[in-house]
Design a protein around this ligand. Structure first.
Ligand code: ADP
Ligand code: ASP
Ligand code: MG
Length: 440
């Protein structure tokens, strides 16, 4: 096994010596049926009976959040649902609330004292950005009192309460963030994210069956992988873990619940905070991809100072996040300016540009493409190696894949390509960087 960072080694030691406060998070598939919930309850009870203080953060049963939001779409099919954000949160939060109560019932039926709290009951305080609220504080008093009384405490994932008392949700995949934030607030010894894969892989194992599980992944790499689209952890959960140094592990809830607890505590993928000589030393640790973005280009923009600000300032004022940006060299005093936004914001951005930016700029046209995807290679080894990006471009060109946009940072290179080549590109890059299982 690779050597762990110093901090984690200390925690691991403590962990085995005495009882610790542990946070478990169970995702949708892990909570997907009464049988699965029962298995979660048995697993949690096993940890509690081993002497640990247990806080558990469950997600809604798989498919439930989509089902609920789908019902809202039937009633309000308009392309912008901004007007309904408050109610969408009140609606979506019920999925997690049901699974929390069900888990508490299952634990009690197991003979384990347990209590569940909705976000507002803890309370988990957030800002008022409905559907993507940020956690501002967590009051740990009630939870600590229940733990001291020997109860397993279930804190409902994905939700909180804003200063006006409205129910808020944290964005899709937000239960990960609830769990890490609770772990940070409680100064938990470790936060274990139980899911339907047995750890973090070199890329999504559903797309590349040859993907390999990583025993450890550095916090920085996990942050890039999550922000580039690996949905195994919500990006904000990784940000929280980094900020508050929460020891984080991703592991499977599909092992038998009565697996040896020490073996279980070492399984999966540990997110580490130190670069260690002996850690897996690949130049590229993983390939991330996402289909969530759309590209927008403004053609014939006069190439004068302040243009980027005029375009992107208006977009930012409308609360729309921009990802990759490129500006072409100018020709006859005119240039083209392109950027990507989330697909959900595509129509809104185009409308905004047409209505208020184009006329001011005297630009010729705004065009867009929603059939794109972003594929990224991520690895801290890229810092000290040259030629990594060119190897990426070569691999893509060998498969005839045209690159539309490029963006780089110290530890990642991303390209925007036609959506139809996404899987081909991910497989080609996985192979080119020797990540396939057979290469291990
Ligand atoms: P949960 O419901 O437990 O939160 P998610 O569906 O949100 O589960 O996340 C787990 C899924 O993430 C896996 O089933 C897998 O398909 C996907 N995934 C994407 N990238 C990766 C990766 N690099 N490693 C592991 N899983 C990944
Ligand atoms: N149930 C929410 C979702 O589907 C939150 C989560 O699962 O983490 O996005
Ligand atoms: Mg998830």
């Amino acid at each position: 096994m690779p050597t762990l960072g110093r901090q984690n080694t200390v925690i691991q030691r403590l962990f085995h010596i005495k009882m610790a406060l542990i946070v478990h998070k169970y995702g949708g598939t892990s909570m997907g049926s009464p049988e699965r919930i029962q298995s979660v309850a048995k697993r949690v009870a096993k940890w509690a009976r081993a002497g640990h203080q247990m806080v558990v953060v469950p997600s809604a049963m798989s498919g439930e959040t989509n089902r609920l939001l789908g019902l809202a779409k039937v009633l309000a099919p308009s392309k912008t649902t901004d007007a309904y954000h408050r109610e969408l949160d009140a609606l979506a939060a019920t999925g997690e609330q049901a699974s929390s109560a069900l888990l508490a019932i299952a634990l009690q039926a197991e003979g384990m004292a347990s209590v569940s709290y909705a976000g507002w009951q803890v309370p988990i305080k957030t800002n008022s950005a409905f559907t993507k609220a940020r956690i501002e504080s967590i009051d740990d008093k009630k939870v600590r009192a229940d733990l001291a009384a020997g109860k397993v405490v279930i804190v409902t994932g994905f939700q909180g309460v804003d200063p006006e008392g409205n129910i808020t949700t944290l964005g899709r995949g937000g239960s990960d963030t609830s769990a890490v934030a609770v772990a940070a607030a409680m100064k938990a010894a470790e936060c274990l994210i139980y899911t339907d894969v047995d750890g973090v892989y070199t890329t999504d194992p559903r797309v590349v069956p040859e993907a390999r599980r990583l025993h450890t992944v550095s916090f920085e790499e996990m942050l890039e992988m999550a922000s580039m689209g690996s949905k195994v952890l919500q990006i904000r959960s990784v940000e929280f873990a980094g900020k508050y140094k929460v020891p984080l592990r991703v592991l499977s809830s599909f092992t038998p619940w009565d697996i040896n607890i020490d073996e279980e505590a070492k399984s999966g993928t540990l997110i580490t905070f130190e670069e260690d000589e002996q850690m897996e030393q690949a130049i590229v640790s993983g390939i991330a991809f996402n289909r969530d973005e759309a590209k927008i280009s403004i053609l014939g923009v006069p190439d004068t100072p302040g243009i980027a600000y005029q375009i992107l300032g208006a977009v930012a004022d409308a609360n729309i996040e921009v990802d990759i940006i490129i500006q072409n060299v100018s020709k006859d005093g005119k240039t083209d300016f392109s950027f990507t936004v989330h697909r959900n914001d595509y129509a809104k951005t185009i409308d905004l540009l047409k209505a208020s930016v184009l006329p001011k700029l005297g630009a010729q046209e705004v065009v867009g493409d929603t059939k794109i995807c972003k594929v990224s290679i991520v690895g801290i080894g890229m810092r000290s190696h040259v030629g990594v990006a060119s190897k990426m471009f070569r691999a893509l060109s060998e498969d005839g894949i045209n690159i539309q946009m490029i963006s780089t940072s110290e530890i990642k290179t991303s390209v925007v390509i036609d959506e139809k080549y996404m899987e081909l590109a991910v497989r080609a890059l996985h192979k080119a960087f020797d990540l396939d299982q057979s290469a291990a």
